[in-house]
Ligand binder design. Structure first.
Ligand SMILES: [Zn+2]
Length: 254
């Protein structure tokens, strides 16, 4: 049975329940080795997998989960909702660690989710555990409703984003060891925010290809031939002008 994809909406109670658990771990997700704070990202992964459990392949569901640890206790998590084709759409960059919070500077307990009306308080609510909870909820909904999609949806939750003191733990090592290769066949959205609100993407990458076909003609009448390289250059420069015009608008804040 397939459902219409546009029906997908956030399951708010499930989202909040997961976010509460994630923020409840945030004390142990603080990342600042100089202060002796080494995050244990596996604590967050456990809660994510608890939510997704009924929809995982090993339990008769459709979601594929791969936990990748380069350091004990500090995992990355790759989740896939398979599509019917070979292309993908990926959401990468939501990280499981947080920057430290000094409770003395907070009016509320930073390591506990506080819900006041529509406002949510707690370390990592937007950067980035809120995004982790949103994407987990999306995957749970996909696992629950099983819409038929041409593209596979891949989510990569990463360890060690907030501090560069140690290498080889998070996305750098995933890329080095080839885990990101599967994402090249489609757009990639980097989902993270350092601001006070959730966002739909902070950066991204869309791969595309252009094929230009020319026309051969006798060398005595070269003006009757069509040079494919010239056509491709014209087309690319037109596309670039559109991209640069858009970037300028973004920079101007309009
Ligand atoms: Zn972040």
């Amino acid at each position: 049975m397939s459902n219409v994809v546009s029906n997908i909406e956030l399951n708010e109670p499930r989202f909040l329940a997961l976010l509460e658990k994630l923020i409840g771990e945030s004390k142990f997700l603080q990342n600042n080795p100089a202060q002796g704070l080494i995050p244990q990202e596996d604590l967050a992964i456990k809660h994510i997998l608890d939510v997704l459990k009924p929809y995982l392949k090993e339990n008769g569901g459709v979601l594929e989960a791969e936990k990748v640890n380069f350091v004990e206790g500090r995992g990355n998590l790759i989740l896939r909702y398979p599509g019917t084709g070979s292309e993908v759409c990926s959401f990468v960059g939501s990280h499981l660690d947080v920057v430290p919070a000094d409770p003395k500077g907070w009016k509320r307990d930073p390591f506990k989710l506080m819900i006041e009306g529509d406002d949510l308080y707690g370390r990592g609510t937007t950067d980035c555990l809120g995004h982790v909870a949103v994407l987990t909820d999306l995957l749970a909904t996909l696992g629950e409703t099983k819409p038929v999609l041409k593209r596979s949806i891949v989510v990569v939750f990463i360890a060690n984003e907030e501090n560069g003191a140690f290498k080889g733990i998070g996305v750098d090592q995933l890329a080095k060891e080839g885990y990101m290769e599967q994402l090249k066949n489609g757009p990639l959205f980097w989902i993270d925010a350092a601001d006070s609100q959730p966002c739909i993407g902070t950066a991204g990458n869309a791969s595309w290809s252009l094929k230009a076909v020319g026309k051969l003609f006798h060398s005595g009448l070269p003006h009757k031939g069509i040079n494919a390289i010239e056509m491709a250059m014209d087309a690319v420069s037109y596309i670039q002008s559109k991209i640069f015009a858009h970037l300028c608008l973004v920079c101007a804040g309009t």
